[in-house]
Design a protein around this ligand. Sequence first.
Ligand SMILES: O=C(O)CCC(=O)C(=O)O
Ligand SMILES: [Fe+2]
Length: 217
Amino acid sequence: MTDELFPRGPVTVAPGAVHLPGWLDLAEQRELVDACREWARPPAGMVRHTTPGGGRMSVRMVSLGRHWAPYRYRRTLPDGEPVKPFPPVLGALAARGAAAAGFAVAERYDVALVNFYDADAAMGLHRDSDERSAAPVVSLSLGDACVFRFGNTERRGRPWTDVELRGGDLFVFGGPARLAYHGVPRIHPGTADPRGGLTSGRLNITIRVSGLGAGPG
Ligand SMILES: O=C(O)CCC(=O)C(=O)O
Ligand SMILES: [Fe+2]
C-alpha cells in the first residue's frame, strides 16, 4: 500500500516467520472478501466449533479442501455434507506468498481455513500440527486489524512477539517456525479500510499443505 502514513516493510518476526505488510492491494482484498462470502454460505458453510473440552470457539470457520474441526481433517462435515473444494486461486496465492517470504515449496497447497472474527472474537495460542507436511503456512488477513501473537515452538507461553496484522497483510511461517505457538488475542474493531471490501470484522485465510494426499479421513 502506498497511502500509509508510515509505510511498513517486511519483518522477520522469528527465524522462518515473515510478515509482509500490505501484500494484497485493495482490489485483491475485495476479490477475496467476495470469495469468502461465497465460501461461507451453506451447505458446508461457516461454523463455530466446539473443542473436545466442551468450549465453544468464538471464531467462525469454513474449511476448503478438507474439513478441519478440532483437531483433525475430514472429508465430510458432521452432517455428511462434502467439504467445499480447495479453490485453485488460493493454491496460486499460497505458492506466491510462500515464495515472497523466501520459501521454496515443492508440494501443492491443498487446504484452507477461512476464519471470521467479530469484534470480540479471539483465538488462543496453538500450533498448526494437524498437517503431515512441513510446508509453510500462508496466512492472509482482511478487514479489521488484530494483534497476532507469535510465540515459540517449546511452550504455550513467552517468549512471544505481538505483531499487528492489517487487511492485506501476508504472514508466512515455516522452517524452524512451522510448529510455533501462535494466536489472536485481540481484534481492533473499526480499523478496516472499507475499500478492502469489509466494513467490520476480520477475515483470515490460512492456507496449508495437508500432506494427507488422496488418503481417507
Ligand atoms: O487468524 C489468524 O491470523 C490466525 C489463524 C490461525 O492461527 C489458524 O487458523 O490456525
Ligand atoms: Fe494457527
